[in-house]
Design a protein around this ligand. Structure first.
Ligand code: 5AD
Ligand code: SF4
Length: 435
């Protein structure tokens, strides 16, 4: 077997795409290695949502130059969002890259690698036309019990800060029967937890009209043997009552909604082209809590969007305190050329952004700790993942609400469902005792 190193950056969609790349490479004799130095093929599946993600990849590209000098037969390709955005510029800047394959071209990987094996040379394919969705691609999943299943690709929303719609194209939904078939296959192989993926899962099916997201959720929930159904990401403008009801009525659909708010003032939300108002978001959060009292709500927040004043920032903090998220991913606004926000006036300076980010994180951490504190003494259902990073005796898993739980290992095995009584809730994790 030849060896392939696949570096993955960015979101779960990239993890999922990489599993499909690995599946395809398996059909032409490559198995995955974690050691870049011993690889016959190196793929970097990249992200460009923030500048820091791109910087990491450029660092890696530099490192690979030395590996390629020692091993000229090495094949080196860039895939994913940065590949789509930069195209052949990448090869001009770093000629040791053999190929650049865009986000819509995952299914062409075998073809491209074989071509390069045969005659070397460079290949760049970043066309993004309205091609049919590739179905039936082989997939080599990273997890044993949790599987990612993409249900749609692309995004139509054009939030003014975001590069994703430019590098992933317009929304295209897979057919419900194709999604359900993939879920059935995964469950048949022993997967217990399925996460449905899309940039905005709530607009699933609007293009083909065969089923909406609520219906898809119910159909996946009904797959025999499935234990947990998760989904990401929800856009507040499209999260319908039907979806909330489907979660409530589903047996296996986990009570966790990742509902990026991005900001907490109408002025900035409008400038971000988020389409909803704080009033509408507040209503939605209330509806979720009324129908799903156990649900956790998590979010993404950006600080330092152009024109964000101290007053806007404090109004946002107040909104965060009002909604009370279980946890939040917080980001410094990163200027992405080609997006409308990149050319807006009143860009916020870095030092100010950093100060605001740290203030926001302090506020959110306090809220997360308080919410978790309420779980002290309670018993929660956990799907066992395995030993934690730092200690073989301490095992980890997640609650239905997607909280990380740690406990001293007994006889349980990965993939088991266990009851854990929470004894030491913390900001990021819940420590407990297995019951
Ligand atoms: N700068 C900072 N954060 C961004 N995100 C998207 N674009 C940018 C940007 N230009 C964040 C959003 C999104 C998450 C995946 O990344 O919060 O929800
Ligand atoms: Fe980017 Fe907005 Fe689409 Fe999310 S919904 S991927 S933030 S454009």
């Amino acid at each position: 077997m030849k060896k392939a190193f696949i570096g993955v950056y960015g979101c779960q969609m990239n993890v999922s795409d990489a599993e499909r790349m690995e599946g395809q490479l398996g059909t032409i004799g490559y198995e995955r290695t974690e050691a870049m130095g011993e690889a016959d093929l190196i793929l970097l599946n990249t992200c460009c949502v923030r500048e820091t993600a791109e910087d990491k990849v450029y660092g890696k590209i530099g490192e690979i130059k030395h590996i390629k000098e020692r091993n000229p037969n090495l094949i080196f390709g860039i895939t994913g969002c940065m590949a789509q955005k930069e195209g052949e510029k990448l090869i001009r800047r770093a000629p040791h890259i053999d190929f650049v394959l865009g986000t819509n071209k995952v299914h062409e990987l075998v073809h491209v690698v074989k071509g390069i094996q045969a005659e070397r040379g460079h290949v760049v394919d970043v066309s993004i036309g309205e091609t049919e969705l590739p179905e039936g691609m082989p997939v080599t999943r990273g997890g044993k019990f949790s599987a990612w299943v993409p249900i749609m690709y692309g995004c139509n929303n054009f939030c003014t800060y975001c590069i994703v719609p430019y590098v992933r194209g317009r929304e295209r939904s897979r057919l419900p029967e194709d999604v359900v078939r993939e879920v059935e296959e995964a469950v048949g192989k022993g997967y217990k937890e399925i996460t449905l993926l899309g940039q905005n899962v709530n607009s699933y099916g609007k293009d083909h009209g065969k089923a909406d997201f609520a219906e898809l959720l119910s159909r996946v929930d009904a797959v025999p043997g499935i234990q947990r159904v998760r989904f990401m990401t929800s856009h507040p403008k499209d999260l319908s009552d039907r979806v909330i009801e489907a979660i409530r009525d589903g047996k296996h659909i986990c009570e966790h909604i990742h509902l990026p708010v991005q900001h907490g003032t109408n002025r900035i939300l409008k400038a971000m082209n988020r389409v909803y108002t704080v009033e509408k978001y507040r209503d939605l959060a209330r509806k979720i809590r009324e129908n799903l009292p156990e649900a956790s709500i998590t979010t993404d927040i950006i600080v330092g969007f152009p024109g964000e004043t101290e007053e806007d920032f404090h109004a946002m903090l107040d909104f965060i305190k009002e909604i009370r998220y279980d946890s939040a991913y917080t980001f410094l606004y990163s200027r992405r050329s080609g997006t409308p926000a990149a050319t807006m006036e009143n860009q916020v300076d870095e030092a100010c952004k950093k100060r605001r980010l740290s203030e926001l994180m302090d506020v959110q951490n306090g809220i997360s700790r308080e919410i978790n504190e309420a779980l002290r003494g309670k018993t929660v259902e956990v799907m066992v993942e395995g030993a934690s990073k730092n200690d073989d005796e301490i095992w980890t898993g997640r609650t239905r609400t997607n909280k990380i739980v740690l406990w001293r290992h007994g006889a349980e095995a990965p993939g088991d469902f266990v009851q854990v009584r929470i004894t030491q809730p913390q900001t990021w994790v819940l420590k407990g005792e297995i019951q």
